[in-house]
Ligand binder design. Structure first.
Ligand code: UDX
Length: 439
């Protein structure tokens, strides 16, 4: 099939490359011309495992190209995926739909023939009819343009895998959708034939699927982090407790790692967006718990700052602190709402000299936080430090020998915010070892 993907960020670029991998002819479209140049050279403008390989393979095969032109995109295919960003509105909890409506407004007047617009961006429930109305009002093909809602559940750092082998496919349609379902089933036929559960539903259910899933994942994390607070007050070990709970298949251990909490471009914003939308719909009370989920999550960051201050005798001014990790989670260079950087910045504001290291996210961190110091090497970053904080659990950090580090540090104190360092090994190497939620 021929198809386009409008918006080539983490979601769209991955979707475009994966659709080419499925054998389709794909045109990716993004208004950022620099991004288009990078993508057309067969590289990703961000770090995502396996994506560079797919982009190189399919830009070379000619199945995948990128453009900044809406006219080209409209003329290229009659199936258009939209994967533009829908961030949180500044100072508000609601989604900012500017990019989505701008994309629809740009595309619509160029749709002269029947077409299907499949939206993947995460939105407040009730957006699909607005998109349809805009398209029908401005597209020359009018109601021959159909809207499908096809939420994307990919995790960063597993994005290619999750797109090619998703847990489920959700396809949301209006009552009148003769072409849309046929085209999407054809587009995803390999994935459907491989057995991915495929749920065909209405627009509202498809729209809610993504934000509800992310709100649940966030709730699971904040639940175990709330229990971590009780562990801190009682001397229990939240890591062991999570293992014990996780053996119950109804609970499950996955997605329940206690620690510094969640960040990134999705969980925090989807939690807040869902809460805001439920409020608008008069159903805010039903989701009041989500406000608490957010509060618990932010309290983890504060707890880490308090522990650091305590460790430094109550005053952080002039102290040297090393932070391992800048990305919001391992495996990505994404620093959106990164818990690690939020803590690092706060410690800097409290007077500490903070040196941050990360295997992938330093360039992004430098741009956003020029006030912090940076080091490429996690071992060198510990030179003369008063305190080491482990805030993003890159696997390579837990392989570093603490004995090797001890000689470099001015003061051998470490706080593990992610629960993946071996406490005994660090203590044996002479470190004062503390961890969130653990004795
Ligand atoms: C998430 C959803 O998992 C994905 O389905 C959706 O499409 C987009 O949002 P992502 O943001 O890539 O994906 O990351 P995820 O792996 O879910 O982690 C989100 C945050 O939660 C990270 O900051 C991570 O460190 C934290 N987290 C995750 C925990 O603190 N504990 C966990 O058990 C899991």
């Amino acid at each position: 099939m021929k198809l386009t993907v409008i918006g080539c960020g983490y979601l769209g670029a991955t979707h475009a490359a994966c659709m080419a991998e499925l054998g389709h002819e794909v045109l990716g479209m993004d208004s950022d011309i620099d991004k288009i140049h990078i993508l057309n050279s067969g590289k990703a403008p961000f770090h995502e495992r396996g994506l560079d390989d797919l982009l190189a393979k399919h830009t070379a095969s000619g199945r995948l190209t990128f453009t900044a032109s809406y006219a080209e995109a409209a003329a290229f295919a009659d199936l258009h995926f939209i994967g533009v960003g829908t961030p949180q509105q500044p100072g508000k909890h609601a989604y900012d739909l500017t990019h989505l409506f701008a994309a629809v407004r740009q595309l619509a007047p160029r749709l002269t023939d029947a077409a299907v617009i499949a939206v993947k961006s995460t939105v407040p429930v009730g957006t699909a009819p607005r998109v349809r109305d805009l398209l029908h009002a401005h597209a020359p093909a009018r109601d021959a343009v159909e809207v499908a809602w096809n939420p994307e559940f990919l995790r960063e750092s597993f994005a290619v895998e999750d797109t090619l082998r998703p847990d489920r496919l959700v396809l949301g349609f209006d009552t009148a959708h003769s072409r849309a379902e046929t085209m999407l089933r054809q587009c995803y036929s390999q994935i459907i034939d491989a057995g991915a559960p495929t749920i065909v539903t209405d627009w509202a259910t498809a729209e809610l699927a993504k934000s509800a899933a992310n709100a649940f994942l966030a709730t699971k994390i904040s639940f175990i982090n709330a229990i971590a607070e009780v562990c801190e007050a009682s001397g229990a070990d939240v890591g062991q407790l999570a293992d014990i709970l996780g053996h119950d298949v109804r609970i499950g251990r996955r997605g329940m790692r206690p620690g510094l909490g969640f960040g990134g471009g999705c969980l925090p914003k989807d939690l807040r967006g869902l809460l805001a939308r439920a409020g608008e719909l008069g159903a805010g009370q039903a989701l009041a718990l989500l406000g608490e989920v957010d509060t618990i999550n932010n309290r983890r960051r504060q707890r880490m700052i308090d522990l650091a201050r305590e460790q430094m005798g109550g005053d952080l001014s002039g102290k040297r602190i090393t932070v391992w990790g800048a990305a919001f989670k391992p495996g990505t260079d994404d620093i959106r709402d990164s818990p690690a950087l939020a803590v690092a910045q706060h410690l800097h504001e409290l007077g500490a000299t903070v040196t941050v290291t990360d295997p992938k996210a330093l360039d992004n961190a430098r741009k956003q936080h020029p006030e912090l110091d940076y080091a490429d090497d996690p071992v060198a970053a510990v030179q003369d430090t008063d305190l080491l904080l482990h805030l993003t659990e890159w696997p390579q950090y837990s392989r570093i020998d603490p004995a090797r580090l001890a000689a470099r540090a001015a003061n051998t104190a470490v706080i593990d915010g992610r629960g993946t360092l071996n406490a005994d090994a660090w203590r044996d190497a002479g470190w004062t070892f503390k961890a969130l939620g653990r004795p």
